[in-house]
Each structure stands twice: as structure tokens, then as C-alpha cells.
Ligand binder design. Structure first.
Ligand code: HEC
Ligand code: HEC
Ligand code: HEC
Ligand code: HEC
Ligand code: HEC
Ligand code: HEC
Length: 324
């Protein structure tokens, strides 16, 4: 009881005194942080006792994943759906959410990040087994980062900034208050353009693949290079800048050999607005999201295309940049 009272006091103090700045178009952050969406004050809701409650931190559900997914599982049409199968983006040009969608909590099929399963993070030095929750990557009370991404996901004292309007650009901001149509437009894949700093954020946890880390010769790198331009080493590039900027032929939509997939996301390092961030140029850089969805995908390793599964599209992304 003492602990619950203590948290109640903390809740009311936080509500009245917190002075985190407001960021335009941000949800679950100061200005749009609705305590009652996630917390209950007395273990009841609408006069009904919450079965099994009250829970830690006076949360409405017993786990963070369950709490967040209670809206983000497609039942709330204004909340971006992050749980497979997703129908919310069916009317958008990309047909999918920017981050991609998870499988059910505790199920280890599909590719990409798994929720509610204890696992080691691959490509992490001295990794300890842990269980991913939404709060492993998102600040539950918001912060200054794009999509409230944690500033220090690996908890090692770092401060990673991925700021909307500088590192990431969007065309449509969601409606205030949220609407289904506004959220569809705001959170679909083609509404986001990338400029910088993203790979660093991913490598906070996967720290063995810091960008361009050199390896023992003759290999140039320890992994596929990231944050390097398509015209790296031009005119001797391993990649094909002209093919990439043209956007037709092998790897691109419309090609008759079946290898075509939508143009993969890329960084536009000097972009200052959405249009520039989405313009194909030979100076675009390959980064983590050129190959992986941030959450997960139906393909192994959360890849954007069926690389391991095979079929005509297995070389899709590779050919967009390399055209071998
Ligand atoms: C009561 C329903 C509800 C719950 C519970 C909920 N969300 Fe949301 N969330 C929403 C809605 C609605 C939006 C879109 C609102 C908008 O953008 O205008 C949203 C947006 C978001 C965004 C995008 C924010 C942005 O500004 O870019 C993230 C990230 C997010 N939620 C994560 C979470 C996490 C993590 C949890 C659990 C700790 C959670 N949500 C719990 C309804 C909910
Ligand atoms: C989107 C869901 C969500 C919303 C909205 C939300 N919280 Fe929380 N809150 C959480 C979660 C999840 C935790 C537990 C965090 C953990 O276990 O690490 C938490 C923990 C807390 C804690 C205890 C830990 C701490 O950080 O001090 C306080 C106090 C708190 N919330 C206050 C608030 C107040 C006040 C509001 C409204 C202004 C609010 N919360 C709105 C999800 C939310
Ligand atoms: C491994 C890290 C990670 C985990 C775990 C994670 N997210 Fe995300 N999430 C991201 C990243 C990165 C983005 C930004 C994607 C982009 O570039 O647009 C994102 C985007 C989102 C968005 C915006 C919609 C979209 O499709 O882009 C919502 C909503 C969201 N996450 C909710 C959640 C919820 C709810 C959970 C738990 C069920 C969760 N996330 C778990 C990393 C994570
Ligand atoms: C050019 C495409 C490409 C880029 C860019 C890329 N990856 Fe990968 N990644 C892959 C492929 C393909 C696999 C699966 C095959 C393999 O393991 O080689 C993979 C596997 C992984 C794995 C799982 C390894 C394992 O042992 O299971 C992690 C973690 C990973 N990538 C993270 C990242 C991060 C973080 C970045 C950005 C710094 C990144 N990748 C950039 C294509 C890419
Ligand atoms: C909070 C730490 C954390 C962050 C940040 C993070 N990851 Fe992971 N990642 C993990 C863990 C833990 C696993 C393994 C367990 C799991 O999949 O749930 C994993 C697994 C993966 C895998 C292998 C999936 C498979 O199917 O085997 C890939 C690929 C990957 N991450 C890519 C990324 C990319 C890309 C980003 C940035 C958008 C990122 N990660 C950010 C912790 C993280
Ligand atoms: C978004 C663009 C992009 C995509 C997608 C992409 N690459 Fe690359 N790749 C590059 C760039 C840029 C370089 C560096 C070129 C250089 O330095 O000449 C590179 C380098 C390479 C190298 C040479 C590495 C070295 O050590 O020199 C190989 C091999 C390679 N990529 C294979 C692949 C494969 C296989 C795929 C598909 C799984 C793929 N790439 C997808 C852009 C891309």
C-alpha cells in the first residue's frame, strides 16, 4: 500500500511539474501524454476491478508489451498497428507501416525482433540474454527523438539523437486529436525520408557492426558497409550509381524477371527537407533500413525482401544498388 501511495504521489507530481518541451506531431510526449491511457489510479477502470490488477507502476496491464499492444494491435484505428496481420495501411501507396510488424508476443517465427522471448542480441559484444519489450526501444513517456526512440537503448551512458526535421523527415504529421486517416498517412513507409544518424542508433545494441569497421585484408569490411554512398570509390565503385538513380531494370518494380521490389530506404546525408530526403541520387547512402525493417517482417532476419526464402525477388535489394 505504501508503495502504491508513493507512486500515486509521483504520478500527480509528474503530471503537474514535468516540463519536458513539446515536440510538434509527437504522441505519448509532453502535451499529448495522457496518463489514463496506460495507468490506473486505484486498480479499477469504469468501476470494474481490473482482473489480476493492480499491476506494477499502476499500469493497466501486467506487461509492457500487453499494455502497448492493447491499442497497437489494430483494434484502435488511430493507433499505428504494429502486430501482424496489418490491414491499416492497405489504402496507402506503400501498403505497409514504416517500422513493419511483429508476430504475437512469445512466438519465435518470422524474422526480425521478437517480443517476450529471452534471447541474446546478435552482433553484440558481451551480450547478455534479455527480453525485448516496446520500452527496450521507445521512451514510454516521450523524448526529443523521432518516434520517441530511446536515447540510450543499450544503457551504456550513450546519447543517440535521431531527430525529426534533421535526421528523419516526414511529409504528413498525424492529426490532433488522432484520426484513423491521419495516422494511416503519417505512419506508412512512404511518408518517411532518412538523412543521418540512424545506423548509429541500431548499433547501440548491435555494436559489433559499427559503420565501416575495417576488417583483416582481403575483406574490406566486417559486414556489409553502412553509411557509405552508392558512388563510393567512383568510378571504381562496387555499386552502380546510374542504375540506382534511374530506378528501372533489375531489382526495381516493373522489371519482367520478377526481381523487382520497391526502392529500398536510403540516407540522403545533406537533405534539409522531406523531398530532398526521398530523392534518389548517387550520393545516397546504404544503411540498416535499406535491408531490415526496424520491428520485423515476414522474411528471415527482418529483411525487406525474401533473400533467404528464394524466388525471383531474392536479389531484389542487392540489384538496385549493384546490378550485377
Ligand atoms: C490507449 C491507446 C494507446 C496505448 C495504450 C499506447 N499507444 Fe502508442 N499511440 C496511440 C495512438 C492513437 C498513436 C498515434 C497518435 C498520433 O500520432 O497522433 C500512438 C503513437 C505511438 C507512437 C508514435 C509516436 C510519434 O509521435 O511518433 C509510438 C512510438 C507509440 N505509440 C508507442 C507506444 C508504446 C511504447 C506504448 C506502451 C508503453 C503505447 N504506444 C501505448 C495509442 C496508444
Ligand atoms: C503510453 C503509455 C504511458 C502513458 C501515456 C503514461 N505512462 Fe507512465 N509508465 C508507463 C510504463 C510502461 C511505465 C513502466 C516503465 C518501466 O517499467 O520501465 C510507466 C511508469 C511510470 C512511473 C514510474 C516510473 C518513473 O518513470 O518514474 C510514473 C511516476 C509514471 N509512469 C507517471 C506517468 C504520468 C504522470 C503520466 C501522464 C502524464 C504517464 N505516466 C503516462 C507507460 C505510460
Ligand atoms: C528493437 C527496437 C524496437 C522495439 C522492440 C519496438 N520498436 Fe517500435 N519502432 C522502432 C523504430 C526504430 C521505429 C521507427 C521506424 C521508422 O524508421 O520509421 C519504430 C516505430 C514505431 C511506431 C510508428 C509506426 C511505424 O510503423 O513506424 C510505433 C507505433 C511503434 N514503433 C510502436 C511499438 C510498440 C507498440 C512496440 C512493442 C510492441 C515497439 N514499437 C517495439 C523500434 C522498436
Ligand atoms: C545490404 C543489406 C544489409 C545492410 C545494409 C545491413 N544488413 Fe544486417 N543483415 C543483412 C542480411 C542479408 C542478413 C542475414 C544474412 C547474414 O547474416 O549475413 C543480416 C543479418 C543481420 C543480423 C543478424 C545476424 C545473426 O547472426 O543472426 C543483425 C543483428 C543485423 N543484420 C543488423 C544490422 C544492422 C544493425 C545494420 C545497420 C548497421 C545492418 N544489419 C545493415 C543485410 C544487411
Ligand atoms: C535494445 C537493443 C536493440 C536495438 C536498439 C536494436 N536491436 Fe536488433 N536485436 C536486439 C535483440 C535482443 C535481438 C535478438 C532477440 C530478438 O530478436 O528478440 C535482435 C535481433 C536483431 C536481428 C536478427 C533478427 C532475426 O530474425 O534473427 C536483426 C536483423 C536486428 N536485430 C536488426 C536491428 C536493426 C536494423 C535495428 C535498428 C532499427 C536494431 N536491430 C536495433 C536488440 C536490439
Ligand atoms: C542501398 C544500396 C545497397 C544495397 C541495397 C546493397 N548494397 Fe552492397 N554495397 C553498397 C555500397 C554503397 C557498397 C560500397 C561500394 C564501394 O565501396 O565501392 C556496397 C558494397 C558491397 C560489397 C563489397 C564489400 C566489400 O568488402 O568491399 C558486397 C559484396 C555487397 N555490397 C553485396 C551486397 C549484397 C549481397 C546485397 C543484397 C543482400 C547488397 N550488397 C545490397 C550499397 C548497397
Amino acid at each position: 500500500m505504501r508503495i502504491r501511495l508513493h507512486i500515486l504521489v509521483a504520478l500527480s507530481t509528474l503530471a503537474s511539474t514535468c516540463a519536458i518541451p513539446v515536440f510538434a506531431g509527437q504522441w505519448h510526449a509532453t502535451g499529448s501524454l495522457v496518463c489514463t491511457e496506460c495507468h490506473v489510479e486505484h486498480g479499477t477502470e469504469n468501476r470494474q476491478e481490473i482482473p489480476g490488477g493492480p499491476f506494477g507502476y499502476l499500469l493497466k496491464k501486467s506487461t509492457i508489451n500487453e499494455l502497448c499492444l492493447s491499442c497497437h494491435d489494430g483494434t484502435d484505428p488511430t493507433a499505428p498497428d504494429v502486430l501482424t496481420p496489418v490491414s491499416m495501411y492497405s489504402s496507402t501507396s506503400s501498403g505497409e507501416g514504416s517500422a513493419g510488424s511483429f508476430n504475437q508476443t512469445g512466438i519465435s517465427t518470422g524474422g526480425g525482433h521478437l517480443l517476450g522471448i529471452t534471447a541474446l542480441a546478435p552482433l553484440q559484444s558481451g551480450g547478455t540474454a534479455s527480453e525485448l519489450t516496446c520500452a527496450s526501444c521507445h521512451a514510454v513517456h516521450g523524448n526529443g527523438n523521432y518516434r520517441n526512440l530511446l536515447e540510450d537503448p543499450a544503457n551504456d551512458g550513450s546519447n543517440y539523437e535521431v531527430v525529426q526535421g534533421r535526421d528523419v523527415f516526414v511529409l504528413h504529421n498525424p492529426d490532433v486529436p488522432p484520426t484513423a486517416a491521419g495516422s494511416n498517412a503519417a505512419y506508412e513507409r512512404n511518408n518517411v525520408g532518412y538523412a543521418a544518424n540512424y545506423s548509429l542508433w541500431c548499433t547501440s545494441c548491435h555494436n559489433l557492426i559499427r559503420s565501416n569497421r575495417t576488417s583483416t585484408p582481403p575483406a574490406h569490411f566486417n559486414g556489409h558497409p553502412t553509411d557509405v554512398p552508392i558512388d563510393n570509390n567512383a568510378p571504381e565503385s562496387h555499386s552502380d550509381p546510374a542504375h540506382w538513380t534511374a530506378g528501372t531494370g533489375e531489382g526495381f518494380p516493373g522489371v519482367t524477371d520478377g526481381s523487382g521490389i520497391p526502392r529500398v530506404p536510403f540516407l540522403s546525408p545533406h537533405a534539409a527537407d522531406f523531398t530532398a530526403s526521398r530523392t534518389p541520387q548517387s550520393s545516397n547512402q546504404v544503411f540498416c533500413l535499406s535491408c531490415h525493417k526496424a520491428h520485423a517482417s515476414p522474411n528471415a532476419k527482418g529483411l525487406l525482401w525474401p533473400y533467404n526464402e528464394g524466388g525471383a525477388a531474392f536479389i531484389g535489394s542487392c540489384q538496385q544498388c549493384h546490378n550485377k
